[in-house]
Design a binder for this molecule. Structure first.
Ligand code: NDP
Length: 333
C-alpha cells in the first residue's frame, strides 16, 4: 500500500518536499477489521492549521471514503462504503469507531450514510465533516431568524457555500465574501446569495455598508483577520458571530493581531463564540439526515472541486489553500 507522510513541519505554504510517499506492507486482518480501498480523499484547511502541533513524521490524516475489499467484521461486508479518518493512503485497515464512543477524532470510522444515489464523494463534503460544521456551527451558534442579515466569509468554499445556502433556507438575507469575481457570480447566480463581494477587490467597509444597510445580525467567520474585524464593526445589537476558522493566518508564522473592536462588543452586546464541529459528534447523523433531505429537495447544492489521482493530493491541498476550489476540494483516487 502507499501513504503520504509529513516529514517536516510546514514553513509558510506547505512544500512538496515536506511530504514523502511511503510504500508499506499491510498486515493480515484481525477480527473486527476491514481492508478499505480508498476512493475519495478530502483536503482541508485544518491539515495546514494542525501541522505545527503534531510531532513529525506523521501519516497525513484527513477524511476519506473507501470501499471494503476484505472483511473480518460481519457488519461491514465486502462492497460497503466507509468513511474514516486515515487520510492520504490508497489502502488501509480500519475497524469501526462510532462517533459516540470515539475518544480519538482521528479514529472516527463509520458507514457512509445513505446518500440516496448521490456521489459518495459528498460523504467527505456536504454530508460529511464540512456539512455538519456548516449545519451545527451556523444554526446552533448564530441562531438565525427569518429576515435577518447573515454574512459569511470563505463563502465559495466547502463550509461557507453550505452556510449561505442554509441561511437562505432559513429565510435570511445572505452576503458572502469570496476571493474572485467568478466565485462571486456563482454565489449570486447559482446559490442564490443576495450579494457576493470579492474581498480582494472591494473596500470591505463601504461595500458591506451598501450591501447591508440595516447592519449584520449573524456572521459566520471562516477567515479571521482584518476582514472579520470590519464585518464585526457593522453588526447590530445582540448580533451573533460563529468563529469557525481563520484561514487568512494559517500560513503565517505568527498569528497576526486583528483589531476586533472591543467597544462595539460591549455597546452592541455581541456574542462571539468559537467552536469545533466535534462538539456535536453525537448528533452528526441528525445533521446528515437533514443535509441529504435538503440536497434531494434541490434546496442545497453540494458543489465540488475534483482533482484526480493519488499522486495529486499535494497539489489539491495547496491549490485549496490558495483558493483554487469552488465548493469542496476532493481527490478521486
Ligand atoms: P474551503 O473549501 O473554504 O477552502 C479554503 C478557502 O479559503 C479557499 O478556497 C480560499 O477561497 C480561502 N482563503 C484562502 N486564503 C485566504 C485568505 N488569506 N483570506 C480569506 N480567504 C482565504 O475550506 P473549508 O470550507 O473546508 O474550511 C473553511 C474554514 O472552516 C477554514 O478556516 C477551516 O479551518 C474551518 N473549519 C473549521 C471547522 C471547525 O470545527 N471549527 C471544521 C471545518 C472547517 P477564496 O478564493 O475565497 O480566498
Amino acid at each position: 500500500a502507499r501513504k503520504w507522510v509529513v516529514k517536516k513541519h510546514f514553513d509558510g505554504v506547505p512544500k512538496l518536499s515536506d511530504f514523502e510517499i511511503v510504500e508499506y506492507e499491510l498486515p493480515p486482518l484481525k477480527d473486527g477489521e476491514v481492508l478499505l480501498k480508498t476512493e475519495w480523499v478530502s483536503v482541508d484547511p485544518y491539515l495546514r492549521a494542525y501541522n505545527k502541533n503534531i510531532p513529525v513524521p506523521y501519516d497525513q490524516f484527513s477524511f476519506q471514503v473507501g470501499v471494503v475489499q476484505e472483511t473480518k467484521n460481519p457488519k461491514f461486508p465486502v462492497g460497503t462504503k466507509v468513511v474514516t479518518h486515515k487520510g492520504w493512503c490508497d489502502y488501509v485497515i480500519v475497524k469501526e469507531t462510532t462517533p459516540q464512543v470515539s475518544q480519538f477524532r482521528r479514529e472516527l470510522t463509520y458507514k457512509l450514510p445513505d446518500l440516496q444515489g448521490m456521489s459518495p464523494s459528498i460523504g467527505v463534503g456536504a454530508v460529511g465533516m464540512p456539512g455538519v460544521t456548516a449545519y451545527f456551527g451556523f444554526l446552533e451558534l448564530c441562531q438565525p431568524k427569518a429576515g435577518e442579515t447573515v454574512v459569511v466569509t470563505g463563502a465559495a468554499g466547502a463550509v461557507g457555500s453550505l452556510v449561505g445556502q442554509i441561511a437562505k433556507i432559513k429565510g435570511c438575507k445572505v452576503i458572502g465574501f469570496a476571493g474572485s469575481d467568478e466565485k462571486c457570480q456563482w454565489l449570486e447566480k447559482e446559490l442564490g446569495f443576495d450579494k457576493a463581494l470579492n474581498y480582494k477587490k472591494v473596500d470591505a467597509q463601504t461595500a458591506l455598508k451598501a450591501a447591508a444597510p440595516k447592519g449584520v445580525d449573524c456572521y459566520f467567520d471562516n477567515v479571521g483577520g482584518e476582514l472579520s474585524s470590519t464585518i464585526i464593526s457593522q453588526m447590530n445589537t445582540r448580533g451573533r458571530v460563529a468563529v469557525c476558522g481563520s484561514i487568512s493566518a494559517y500560513n503565517e508564522k505568527e498569528v497576526p493581531r486583528a483589531s476586533i473592536l472591543q467597544p462595539s462588543l460591549v455597546f452592541k452586546e455581541l456574542t462571539i463564540e468559537g467552536f469545533n464541529v466535534y462538539r456535536w459528534v453525537d448528533r452528526w447523523t441528525e445533521g446528515f439526515t437533514q443535509l441529504v433531505a435538503w440536497i434531494k429537495s434541490g434546496q442545497l447544492k453540494p458543489a465540488e472541486h475534483v482533482t484526480e489521482g493519488f499522486d495529486k493530493l499535494y497539489d489539491a491541498f495547496v491549490g485549496m489553500l490558495a483558493g483554487e476550489n469552488t465548493g469542496k476540494a476532493v481527490v478521486k483516487v
